[in-house]
Design a protein around this ligand. Structure first.
Ligand code: MSP
Length: 475
């Protein structure tokens, strides 16, 4: 167990023992192997979950697989596999990416699991009063599992009897949820985009399909549930209670914002719940000018990335290389630079230098009064409350830079008594190690072990007294 966990787990729980903060990733389509875009979402959620735990918040994190639907069925059959056999194979690969990236979710939810199917059916019964029979005629995109207004390269003309959900009934209530802050959407541009879609008028949503690979709704043996209803109800089955859990933070890519910001709260209201959650909509990793995706044929596998660098380097890169909301091209030279200059040359070098100096000269216990280091706990806590992994990584790197500069400027190797200088830098380094655990857990475990002999808690440490336990949407 690492230094930081030893410190935090023994502290009193500021949530009073009964409140969990729920952080989710989307559940992934197992139409193909995981790529960097998926790994990014998983890591960002894990960093936020770990940051919360670092501040004493009890966090529940869910991820998993969205295993039904036409897209997955097609992919399975094209590989000569039965759908269930196929999803079992790909689910193992996603789970392995999680563990290789040091992500240990509380739940890895699969929509083919009996528990989820039961929950989805129960949810269906809850929204039943808002459904009516009709006929859908229009384009359907299996690639996006979405009903679309215009023909695209992958769309199919669909004409079938189905059940509709009265989404149009919820327009005003959806806008009100945003206005009152019960549903929070970040960044602000994403919120405006959703407000504009709603104001332009919502059409009722077709919620059943004639396809075979899915959950059969009650009394509709020839139909399956529209895969997004099935998928969104994972936030019930994967929650800490196995049912609706208010106050969740849903981390999603911008391509699936509409489903989370419009369909999900409307469905929850239809089921009799009062929605309250936060959506963090992140940008994309691009390759060759396009969103990295299986259908673009431009994917990079997380395994390749981790093999070439390390889990810590990949995690660090995801947080540090772009702001959450922006798009960025995967840039191997930037990964190389970040990994060599910042992680090895910055963090690694500082830790190594300090260990050598302390071993050679010893050290005096001196408080590190460098402003950047002093501000580190507050910056990390702000990054947690703002769900901002970039801010977090930046605060850590700035502290490392400040400490490296401090050593270079004070040259302990030349000083008549180097021990106070070493002690001051060591105090700052302990603080960095304590705070970096949510970002680079493997390295921190090693550094914590190394620091064990120098004992002592850093002066600028996480303060439990002032950390806010639970972030509710009604704050
Ligand atoms: N199954 C749905 C989600 C249902 S959640 C109730 C789905 N799956 S997905 O596998 O296509 O995408 C899962 C997540 O990966 C989404 O948040 C998506 O934005 C993200 N990414 C997929 N490609 C991506 C990039 N190239 N870059 C960053 N994230 C992207 O949608």
């Amino acid at each position: 167990m690492s230094y930081i966990s030893d410190q935090t787990l023994s502290k009193p729980d500021p949530c009073g023992g009964n409140e969990l903060s729920y952080v989710s990733t989307p559940i992934f389509y197992p139409n193909a192997e995981p790529h960097i875009g998926h790994a990014n979402t998983i890591v960002i959620a894990d960093i936020i979950a770990r940051l919360g735990r670092m501040f004493g918040v009890r966090v529940w994190m869910s991820t998993g697989m969205d295993e039904h639907g036409q897209k997955v069925e097609r992919a399975a059959l094209s590989m000569g596999r039965q759908p269930q056999e196929h999803v079992d194979i790909i689910a193992r690969e996603f789970a392995s990416v999680c563990s290789r990236l040091c992500v240990v979710p509380d739940v890895f939810l699969r929509t083919t699991s009996p528990n989820h199917i039961q929950t989805a059916i129960k949810f269906w019964n809850q929204i039943k009063g808002h459904l009516y029979e009709g006929e859908y005629e229009g384009w359907y995109s299996p690639k996006d599992e979405a009903f679309v207004t215009e023909q695209g390269p992958d769309t199919i003309w669909t004409k079938e009897s189905c059940m509709f959900f009265r989404l149009s009934d919820f327009q005003d209530r959806l806008l009100n949820l945003y206005e009152t802050g019960r549903v929070k959407i970040y960044p602000e541009s994403a919120l405006h985009e959703m407000q504009n879609i709603i104001k332009a008028g919502l059409r009722d949503l077709c919620v059943t399909r004639k396809s075979k690979w899915g959950i059969t709704p009650p009394d509709m043996p020839d139909h399956t549930m529209y895969v997004w209803i099935d998928a969104l109800s994972n936030y019930l089955s994967a929650s800490p209670t196995g049912s609706y859990y208010p106050g969740a933070t849903h981390i999603i890519g911008k391509d699936i914002l509409r489903f989370h910001a419009i369909y999900w709260p409307a469905l929850l209201m239809a089921a009799g719940y009062e929605p309250g959650f936060t959506i963090l909509s992140h940008g994309w990793w691009m390759q060759g000018g396009a969103k990295m995706s299986k259908s673009e044929g431009n994917v990079v596998s997380p395994g390749e990335f981790i093999d070439r660098y390390s889990a810590d380097a990949v995690r660090y890169y995801f947080a540090r290389a772009k702001r959450l909301e922006s798009d960025a091209s995967l840039d191997w030279s930037e990964i190389e630079r970040i990994s060599t200059q910042e992680l090895l040359g910055g963090f690694g070098n500082l830790g190594q230098r300090l260990l050598c100096l302390a071993n050679k000269h010893g050290h005096e216990e001196v408080k590190c009064e460098l402003e950047t280091v002093r501000d580190l706990p507050a910056k990390c806590e702000a990054a947690y409350h703002q769900n901002d992994p970039y801010l977090y990584a930046e605060a850590l790197f700035n502290s490392v830079s400040a400490l490296n500069k401090y050593l270079s400027a004070n040259e302990p190797w030349k000083a008549p008594d180097p021990r106070p200088i070493i002690g001051c830098a060591l105090d700052g380094w302990r603080s960095v190690v304590m705070h970096a655990e949510a970002l680079i857990p493997n390295a921190c475990a090693i550094w914590s072990e190394q620091l064990k002999d120098t004992s002592k808690k850093p002066t600028h440490a996480i303060s439990f007294a002032h950390s806010v336990a639970h972030r509710s949407p009604a704050e």
